[in-house]
Design a binder for this molecule. Structure first.
Ligand code: PGA
Length: 260
């Protein structure tokens, strides 16, 4: 796992976006794994900026989102369909037919999840997966206790997640209780993982993800099993890391390391 700590949210977002941009520039028809939440907003703004400057082309890109709330139509402003359209898709030249987001309104969740997994495979797998982390250590909606080999499925949200997300809804009771989410096993199959986290409220979960044991109680800790996981943090989110000096040392020495 590569741990990169940067002074601000803006710098963290730019560094994470640079990894996605590198993948895209090397492979114009890359498959991107998208995440929602407040964390990746800066990353998306940076990708949009690069696109507007003529440095990034999404014409051949395919995307798969991690998750969606069950029961919210795509027109609901809290649905992840709506979020992705408003914050990213409408600002870049991606083909609408190449956008995949789990359905929160299907009449057959099991069949939909099987189809979603199959589509990812048919598209050649995810080249780079963007991730956030919940304060309970989840990635996507893989709540504590989720199998580390889980696949896309329906999940009951944990109370801390419902409470965290209540800030986006008018009333706490409006927060959906169920979601459809890629599994930890699905996520681990992406070629590269880019996880971003900022703020002191993530510091404990980040420390457990990076330095704690691999456990289904902190599903983000499964990133330790991935050969190419990059974690981008601001100072506050890095606040509880014990090996912080080493991570900074590695980054400082990286330019001089043999490249081949
Ligand atoms: P956030 O959500 O970016 O809104 O903090 C992260 C997550 O729950 O995965």
């Amino acid at each position: 796992m590569e741990v990169v700590v940067l002074p601000t949210y803006e710098e963290m977002s730019k560094a994470a976006a640079a990894v996605v941009a590198d993948v895209l520039n090397a492979k114009p028809n890359a498959v991107l794994g998208m995440a929602t939440g407040s964390t990746p907003l800066g990353l998306y703004q940076e990708l949009v900026r690069m696109h507007r400057a003529g440095h990034l082309d999404f014409a051949q890109v395919t995307t798969f989102n991690l998750d969606e709330y069950v029961g919210l139509p795509t027109t609901n402003s809290q649905s992840y369909h709506y979020f992705m359209h408003e914050n990213f898709f409408k600002h870049v030249n991606i083909a609408p037919g190449n956008i995949y987001i789990p359905s929160g309104t299907t009449s057959n969740y099991q069949a939909f999840c099987t189809w979603y997994e199959k589509r990812i495979e048919e598209c050649g797998g995810i080249d780079v997966q963007i991730l956030g982390i919940g304060s309970d250590g989840h990635i996507a909606f893989n709540e504590p206790g989720s199998s580390l080999s889980s696949r896309t499925r329906l999940k009951t949200l944990a109370r801390p997640t419902i409470e965290d997300n209540a800030r986006f809804f008018e009333r706490a009771e409006d927060v959906p209780i169920y979601a459809i989410t890629m599994g930890v096993g699905t996520i681990l199959e992406a070629e590269t993982l880019v996880l971003a986290a900022n703020g002191a409220n993530k510091a404990d979960a980040v420390a457990q993800m990076v330095e704690g044991p691999v456990t289904s109680m902190i599903t983000a800790s499964a990133l330790q099993l991935h050969p190419s996981a990059k974690v981008f943090l601001d100072e506050a989110a890095a606040g509880q890391l014990k090996m912080r000096d080493y991570y900074d040392w590695v980054m400082k020495k990286k330019p001089d390391a043999p490249q081949t």
